[in-house]
Write a protein that binds this ligand. Structure first.
Ligand SMILES: NC(=O)c1ccc[n+]([C@@H]2O[C@H](COP(=O)([O-])OP(=O)(O)OC[C@H]3O[C@@H](n4cnc5c(N)ncnc54)[C@H](OP(=O)(O)O)[C@@H]3O)[C@@H](O)[C@H]2O)c1
Length: 247
């Protein structure tokens, strides 16, 4: 089985390729650094030659509302058209738990648009909805920093290790298309403020976290459980403290 990983150089992409390769699959990385650009279309058709499954774990270089919408709509449209021409049998994409519940977030609106294109493409597909990665803790802090203060609410978050996400993405890609969504999350629920404070302290980062119920998370004020997976989600076992100890 030949599997093309769009965004194969990224956090999840590189780990997914490692998993697939360890299990004897032919996994090929595609991204701008290897001449495949899903925004411009460069190299996309050639990359599809002989491909059975496409995994899309690419991400927008800019999180500005218009940029991220343009990235996911353009890149997904380009990919799906090339997959149809090449006879690809399964499209797997990684998205975020709660996309539909946070319309105030430009990033999540773009992920909703990406998912709609995939569902309506006619290509067998699997959507993996993951919660926030442990590796994203610093990114969350940076997005909420003013001076030396990080303002975040106590809304719930149930983060997961990137390695655990990659394992599920790889397993999903070699299975039958779900034509639906699989939710995955970490084993523990935190308050956003508490998670980021714990992470920053462990990284030796001097910023102070201030709890503020009105503080936005990437443009959206969360009330409580918008980012939490449902009762059917698959929960991984790596805890945040295990991950911190390893990192
Ligand atoms: N962060 C989270 O907590 C979280 C949670 C749930 C789901 N997700 C989803 O997980 C996915 C992967 O995230 P990540 O953190 O692994 O991403 P990442 O590390 O930022 O990697 C992004 C990848 O996208 C590639 N890329 C950028 N522009 C491209 C283009 N025009 N054409 C093709 N490839 C392009 C990059 O290639 P180069 O290296 O060549 O630039 C890189 O391989 C995203 O779709 C995100 O929505 C994230």
């Amino acid at each position: 089985m030949k599997i093309l990983v769009i965004g194969g150089t990224g956090l999840i992409g590189s780990r997914t390729i490692q998993r697939l390769t360890e299990h004897g699959h032919e996994a090929v990385s595609a991204s701008p650094s290897s001449g495949v650009n899903t925004l411009t279309g460069e190299g996309v058709a050639d990359a599809m030659t002989g491909v059975d499954v496409v995994i899309d774990v690419s991400n927008s270089p800019s999180f500005a509302d218009d940029d991220v919408m343009n990235f996911f709509v353009t890149s997904t449209t380009t990919l799906l058209a090339a997959e149809k021409d090449a006879g690809v049998k399964h499209h797997v994409a990684l998205s975020v738990v709660g996309t539909e519940r946070v319309p105030e977030s430009g990033y999540l609106r773009a992920k909703v648009a990406q998912e709609k294109l995939i569902r309506e493409s006619g290509i067998p597909y699997s959507l993996v909805h993951a919660t926030q990665f442990f590796e994203f803790v610093k990114g969350i802090a940076d997005s909420a920093t003013e001076g030396d203060t990080v303002r975040l609410s106590h809304a719930s978050i149930q983060p997961i290790a990137a390695d655990d996400v990659a394992a599920v993405v790889a397993r999903t890609a070699v299975g039958a298309p779900l034509n639906g969504t699989l939710e995955i999350g970490g084993p523990e629920k935190f308050g956003m403020d508490e998670l980021i404070a714990t992470g920053l302290a462990a990284f030796g980062d001097p910023r102070t976290v201030v709890t503020d119920a009105t503080a936005p998370y990437f443009g959206a004020v969360l009330t409580n459980d918008e980012l939490i997976p449902g009762p059917d989600a698959q929960l991984s076992t790596t805890t945040f403290s295990e991950w911190l100890a390893r990192s």
